[in-house]
Design a protein around this ligand. Structure first.
Ligand SMILES: Cc1ncc(COP(=O)(O)O)c(C=O)c1O
Length: 476
């Protein structure tokens, strides 16, 4: 197949060039009616913002240009079937879980999964068995689940109907997924992978191997995270004999809009073509650019750049060598107009661009600004002691089921007195959007300390209605 082709984008352009008169939705009528102040920004894009007109196909029942665009995607990733998603990996994660699990099924799931995974399990009314990840000592972040943890969990729960893992983590770190998938398949357990941050991995070295290459059954990827695609553009790849494709199709149309965005879909078509034509020369050029950028940042006094080991070269972890928190560092960078993906107590995470050879990017001005940011004499908070949570038990199940929770009453208690109570809310430090507390779990002292630490250091927290007052919702 010819990956220079972009059938969906091309057809939209063709349609718009015919100067069509719109008597259909959307109400902006091909951009002719739009508030004046937004016109300069929206004008070109609105010409592509179409609906399911003759010749423009239908995402939920594709036969024409969308079918062709998805076939090109499937060929690139070597899958049985690949789908465009317009509601992000969030919708893909929900769909893959609902297509695989039934009520009361046991599911082995990485504890530091994105909230969409947790929500999917809850919607399916399945029974989660949480697998704690390993911790990487330098940057002190959770990576993946070990083969040993999965082996123990399968021994304990051989009836599990799925294994759900995140690969890579937010920081681009990977782990021994190949052996884990083999082990799960020996027990006929399908492996569902949230590869939101690894859509570009099929480009080959120095990128890690994609979960699809390693044999995963279903893989969901946020194309918008590292490919040049619009926000909410994502892919779901199906490559399984253990999961029903009919159920997958069903849930994708249940969960996604019946008016999917054509600009998002067209950007996915273009992003697929971009990735498919990202060649060895581009990889070499990009690798050189990254090395120079990393070396220049490393040479700034007061900063250190950790390599992500054998992980994703598009992720760069920057730390202060003067014990400044990641949050402080982030504030300083932002004051100089340099915005990053996330900060945590120790680190700031940069997501680098997947540049092709010869494409410009302002690396040099970035280095200058960061130098100014670090030199600025602004007082900062020192990193408080961060506890290593690896002492937590590796496999945990909630103390009550989702159905039981529906009829239980709740109350708020001070966080410092919550040890041993059953949590009734979700608390997610964001980013990276990984739940620290989940409903139904017995609250442990380590988690309370970790949350108190994060709050002290200015982390943003989602959920946790009264967490700012150091209170937590528990079941009575
Ligand atoms: C690991 C992971 N999975 C899923 C998602 C959800 O992706 P999306 O924003 O495409 O819905 C995110 C978003 O940050 C994520 O980090």
């Amino acid at each position: 197949m010819n990956h220079l082709k972009t059938p969906l984008f091309d057809q939209l352009v063709l349609h718009s060039e015919k100067q069509p008169i719109s008597f259909h939705v959307p109400g902006h009528k091909n951009g002719s009616i739009f508030p004046q102040k937004g016109q300069d920004y929206f004008h070109s894009l609105l010409k592509l913002d179409m609906t399911e007109l003759t010749g423009l196909d239908d995402l939920h029942s594709p036969e024409g240009i969308i079918f062709e665009a998805e076939a090109l995607l499937a060929e690139l990733y070597r899958t049985i079937k690949s789908f465009f998603l317009v509601n992000g990996s969030t919708a893909g994660n929900l769909a893959m879980i609902l297509a695989t699990l039934n009520k009361d099924d046991h599911v082995l799931v990485q504890r530091n999964s994105h909230k969409s995974i947790m929500n999917g399990i809850r919607l399916a009314n399945a029974q989660p068995v949480y697998l704690y990840p390993e911790y990487v000592q330098g940057p002190m972040v959770a990576s993946g689940v070990s083969l040993e943890t999965v082996r123990t969990a399968i021994k304990k729960y051989p009836q599990a109907k799925a294994l759900i893992l995140t690969y890579p983590n937010y920081y681009g770190m990977v782990y021994n997924l190949e052996e884990i998938i083999k082990l799960a398949h020996e027990h006929q357990i399908p492996v569902l992978i949230d590869e939101a941050h690894g859509v570009h991995f099929i480009s080959g070295e120095p990128f890690p191997q994609s979960a699809l290459t390693l044999g995963a059954d279903v893989v969901v990827q946020s194309a918008h995270k590292t490919l040049p695609a619009m926000t909410m553009g994502a892919f779901l790849h199906y490559n399984s004999s253990l999961v029903s494709i009919e159920k997958m199709r069903y849930y994708l149309q249940v969960l996604q809009s019946s008016s999917p965005s054509y600009p998002i879909m067209a950007s996915l078509d273009l992003a697929r073509s971009y990735l498919a034509t990202f060649d060895k020369q581009d990889i070499n050029a990009l690798t050189r650019e990254i090395e120079v950028f990393r070396d220049e940042l490393n040479s700034i006094e007061g900063l250190s750049v950790s390599p992500v080991g054998n992980g994703d070269p598009l992720k760069m972890i920057v730390q202060s060598s003067e014990q400044m928190t990641g949050f402080d560092l982030q504030k300083r960078f932002e004051m100089q107009g340099v915005f990053q993906e996330l900060a945590d107590p120790l680190n700031v995470l940069f997501v680098l661009p997947l540049l092709k050879e010869g494409m410009p990017f302002p690396f040099k001005p970035t280095v200058q600004r960061i130098k100014r940011a670090v030199e600025a004499k602004v007082p900062f908070q020192k990193i408080a002691g961060i506890k290593d949570p690896s002492t937590l038990s590796k496999i945990i199940t909630p103390a009550v089921t989702f159905e039981e929770m529906l009829i239980m009453k709740t109350t708020f208690v001070p966080l410092l007195e919550a040890k041993g109570r059953i949590c009734a809310e979700t608390i997610i430090p964001y980013p990276p959007g990984i739940p620290l507390f989940l409903p139904g779990e017995k609250i442990q002292a380590t988690e309370i300390n970790h949350l108190m630490n994060l709050l002290r250091q200015g982390a943003k927290v989602q959920g946790g209605e009264r967490v700012a007052n150091q209170e937590i919702c528990v079941f009575l």
